[in-house]
Design a protein around this ligand. Sequence first.
Ligand code: TMP
Length: 205
Amino acid sequence: MKGKFITFEGVEGCGKSTQTRLLKEFLENKNIDVLATREPGGPKISEMIRKLLLDPENKEMLPETEMLLYMASRSQHTGEWILPALNSGKFVICDRFYDSTIAYQGAARNLDRKMIDMIRVYATYGLEPDLTILIDTPAEVGLSRISGRAIDRLEQESLSFHKKVRQGYLDIAKAEPERFLVIDGEQEIGAIQEDIRNKILEIMR
Ligand code: TMP
């Protein structure tokens, strides 16, 4: 049996992490085996790459290096954790996956989309999410929610950068409506989770 692969996407402060946690609880209460994970990160090597990527000291990092490091982290994560979990029948919920690269490095940093697509197919062994949940939130709202906490290298980018990220996500969702569930991130946490659960129940039927 092959499990389902669900990814969460959105701008900083959109509430993905909370929703990932709530969905994990919901599935586990139904006795479903779940791997909840995040990108960049997961296994040891991917977490080491995460540190490099998010360290605010690494100001000189070039967009190409950045994109390739996200992909390298993803490749290890997919091969070491995600594919084995799916193959053993688990539900995998991942906080960010390759759509983050398309939105951040593609739409916001202006790297070539064709190149990103080529490398992401290679890095993920062709794996694509069964469902991607985009928690759509205006960049200003998301950034105001994270103000006050220590922010990483990407979060330090300008408001116009984060606006491009949001638009990048909306464009991908528009191009792939069958894979995406777009949810209004300005709703209450409970209402957002309810939309997510309804969609998951539909997929499981
Ligand atoms: P997080 O704050 O959601 O843990 O994500 C870390 C940061 O990395 C966040 O600012 C988004 C960024 N990111 C990319 O730029 N490209 C990617 O492919 C991924 C997975 C994350």
